[in-house]
Structures are given as C-alpha cells and as structure tokens.
Design a protein around this ligand. Sequence first.
Ligand code: SF4
Length: 335
Amino acid sequence: MNGAAVPMSLLEISHLKTSFFTHLGEVKAVDDVSISLDQGETLGIVGESGSGKSVAMLSVMRLLSDNGRIVSGGINFRGRDIAKLSERDMENLRGKQIGMIFQDPMTSLNPVFTIGNQLTEMISRHLGLRKKDARGKAVEMLSAVMIPSPDERMRQFPHELSGGMRQRAMIAMALCCDPDILIADEPTTALDVTIQAQIIDLMKDLKKRTGTSVILITHDLGVVAGLCDNICVMYAGRIAERGSSTDIFHNSKHPYTKGLLASVPNPKKLTRERLVPIKGAPPDLLRPPEGCAFAPRCGQAMRICFLRRPPLFKVGDLHGASCFLNHPDAPPEAV
Ligand code: SF4
C-alpha cells in the first residue's frame, strides 16, 4: 500500500476529491486522497466520523448520495477507470468483483424477503446459476460464515436473526460471488464485544481461506490490530499517516495517530493506564482550515501548521506522515 503509482495494484485511488454540494456550500469530504490495494492485502482505513473514510469507499462503489460527486482524481480497478464505467457495468462490478458490507446489515438486507431469497437471487444474477444450484451455494455460504442450521436460516427474514447473525448473513452475501475486494465499513460497531471478536475472527479466517483483498473501515484502531497488513489514518478528508501495521502501532509519526493510540485500551499492559481522549472536535469541512486540519487540536502545533498544509513526508519505505514535525528542519526528536 502506498501513494506512488505501483503497477499491478488491484485498486489504485489517486488524488481523489469527493464533495457534497449543500445549500450552505461545498463540503470537501475527501480531499486529495491516494490509496492503493494489492492482491491479498488487508488495508485498514481508520479515522473519526467525518474523516472521509466511508465517502472514499462509497466513491469507489459509485454509491454517493445525489448531492455527492467525484470532483477529480482517478479510481482504477484492475486497469479500468471506475469513473468511466456505465451504470450497467457498475452493477455487474458491485457484488461480483467488489463486495461491501455495512455497519447496519438492515440497510443492505431487504426486510421483506427471506435470507435465502436474497442470497439465491444475488448468486443466480451474478454467477448465472440455476435456482437449485444457487440455493445450494447459498446454504454453503451460510455454513462458511458459521451460521448454524443454514437450511433453516434460509427460510427466515432478516428481523428474525440476531444482530451478529445478520452481520454474518451480510458477509455471506458480500462473499457469495467470490469478489476480488471486500470493503467492510464499520462491520462490528453495532455489535457487542463478544460478537465483535467473533466477526473479526471470522473475517481473518475467510481471508486466509479465500485470499480476498479486504478494506476495513473503522474508527477503532483496536479493531485493525492483528487483522490489517497496512493502515491509512484519515483526518478531515485527508491522509494523516499511512504505513504498515508495525509502522502505525510502533513507530507512529503523526500526533493524531498517537492520540488515537493513546485512546485505545491495551489489554497486554497489566498496569492501570489512563486512556487519553483527543480533545476538541474535527473541523467544519464547509470551511476547512488553511493549514494542517489537526492544528487546533494538536499539542505540538507550530506557526507554520496554521498557515500551510503539510505534505505527506516519507518517513520509511512505505511509511508517510502529513506532519511538519517530519520536515528535515523540524526540531530534533520532535516526533
Ligand atoms: Fe500538529 Fe503541525 Fe503536525 Fe499538524 S503539522 S499534526 S498541527 S505538528
């Protein structure tokens, strides 16, 4: 995962800008974001609400609301420019090549059809299987996501399943056509901690078995630990920092990432340690700040931070951080 053009990336997002046009003005939800995803990679995109992480992925799926638009930049999937595909091609691509699961499965599962109907319809449409074969494949997928008594579940409606079961059914639906990429948008946020852990384990296991590339969107750095190869931290529509999991968890070079890390409990530490929340609120993207978007909340902000937007400084092989503390002239030992 890196911002430079890497040949053979499965998905290459370059300099993406996506805005929403409201009666109050343009909201720059994604502002010059470059991300790439390789075959078999698991990438975590982490940030608070409004950081642009979901909007970036909805741009990839071309599922923005009516007032949202990709203003500039490119999204290349297997060498094809997604912006140029017809709606019909996009319908084929969604589900079949790129699957997406959401925080609330009820937004994707149709409440008036049984789980079996929905899975069978999806499989016959995308894979061209006859109804009987599609039904067999649907049962197989429900078993693959550890849903007990899959035959019985096929006859149930979404509201008859528990939250965890619905999320598993959603994952089964997203994976039933064997997509190249699975985008999971806050897949565990609405679940209690025990079920959260089960869903994360399930995703790890499925990834190992199928080799699907995964993009995991979350506000919780704890969720990506142990699951993601690489991580992008987003703030106010921009990339604050990106790197391997080791770079982000053990050698972070951005005060915002450090703030996120300090606010996540570490079960391995036996000492009682106070969690430190990041003070303040993200900026209003209708009127984004001139300089570093994190400056009003940053304990290390310098004068330049309020005047100029920090570029992404290369701080390691694949490690980059948008923070002036990584400038060669910054005070030594600043980060
Ligand atoms: Fe803080 Fe300045 Fe770095 Fe922004 S650029 S994170 S304000 S030190």
